[in-house]
Design a protein around this ligand. Structure first.
Ligand SMILES: C[C@](O)(CO)[C@H](O)COP(=O)(O)OP(=O)(O)OC[C@H]1O[C@@H](n2ccc(N)nc2=O)[C@H](O)[C@@H]1O
Ligand SMILES: Nc1ncnc2c1ncn2[C@@H]1O[C@H](COP(=O)(O)OP(=O)(O)OP(=O)(O)O)[C@@H](O)[C@H]1O
Length: 279
């Protein structure tokens, strides 16, 4: 079976408090970016008793064992019998970009194993397993726009009308560490609730819809602020950094045609309703 784990963006991100377990409570809205994907294929390995992982595309700084797709497989095997597998992962979503690529791979692996081996796990059960693998992972199980609280794994529905919008992702060659980003932040309660802000006209979003990771990231990497300003200058309705960065995005009401320096990666697509990622 082949699946296409997609990226996410965060629409607003408040870091509200530090928890006793070292993690942080956040408020954010996750939005899938359906056309910006990795590719994950799983076949039964009939030639040996071992699992084999092969990877192509953007190299990751991780060993096979610590690759999140292998961690997802190990987690499923705690309760279910899965035969030896041949797994191929093609990485297109860069790591350290705040686009949740590794988390998406993990959640899609859980879903794929559930489907391919008829495990009959419900979405809620898959979300519980996904949350063990990473704070962002559970969102990718249902993969619909959602309001998230807790460490990013308690969900409630959100009324968003993003479906006719275009998104441009701009990814400069800057790798930002998520643990370091959380360490350098002072949590605070938001003045306005994110749910209320999202009910406002998009014209009010630039003033109100804030990503708490931006000030530190912009201070350390002024180019990120330049990208945001350029997205607005080119007509974005809203522009921000995704997650802990460094990917920036702009939302547009028509297809954006913007040239960026060659060392940046840029991609534009529509925020249509995402499917379940299966072939
Ligand atoms: C920045 C976001 O992408 C926003 O969606 C996420 O909060 C990050 O989620 P993630 O990459 O899945 O994070 P994990 O891999 O679970 O955690 C990496 C590290 O980030 C910190 N972390 C993560 C999530 C969270 N709510 N509080 C934290 O303090 C912890 O130090 C943790 O050890
Ligand atoms: N399949 C995978 N793809 C990418 N990274 C992986 C994978 N498995 C493990 N990792 C490790 O996870 C780290 C974070 O990867 P990820 O792609 O989730 O990036 P991110 O930008 O930090 O995303 P976010 O902060 O939004 O969750 C990588 O630096 C890498 O060491």
């Amino acid at each position: 079976m082949v699946v296409f784990p997609n990226a996410k963006i965060n629409l607003g991100l408040f870091v509200t408090e530090k928890r006793a377990d070292g993690f942080h409570n956040i408020e954010t809205v996750f939005v899938p970016v359906p056309g910006f994907n990795d590719v994950l294929e799983v076949l039964e390995n009939k030639e040996s008793q071992k699992d084999i992982l092969t990877t192509t595309g953007i190299p990751t700084d991780t060993s096979d064992e610590s690759n999140l797709v292998m961690k997802a497989l190990k987690l499923i095997r705690e309760d279910c019998l899965i035969p030896p597998l041949k797994i191929h992962l093609h990485k297109n979503i860069p790591s350290g970009a705040g686009l949740g690529g590794g988390s998406s791979d993990a959640a899609f692996m859980l879903r794929l194993l559930n489907d391919q081996f008829h495990l009959k796990l419900q979405s809620g059960q898959l979300e519980e397993k996904a949350a063990i693998l990473g704070a962002d992972c559970a969102f990718f199980v249902r993969n619909h726009p959602v309001f998230a609280e807790g460490i990013g794994n308690k969900f409630s529905p959100i009324a968003t009308n993003l479906q006719n919008l275009w998104i441009m992702l701009v990814i400069p060659p800057i790798h930002l560490s998520t643990p370091a980003a959380y360490k350098n932040i002072t949590p605070k309660q938001p003045e306005k609730s994110l749910k209320d802000i999202l009910k406002m006209e998009t014209g009010a979003w630039p003033e109100n819809l804030i990503n708490d990771f931006e000030p530190n990231a912009f201070h350390n990497h002024p180019k990120l602020m330049e990208i945001k300003n350029r997205l607005y200058a080119e007509g974005a309705l809203y522009a921000a950094m995704s997650g802990s960065g460094s990917a920036m995005f702009g939302l547009f009401d028509a297809k954006p045609e913007i040239e960026w320096p060659r060392e940046y990666r840029a991609w534009a697509g529509q925020l249509q309703k995402s499917d379940d990622g299966k072939d």
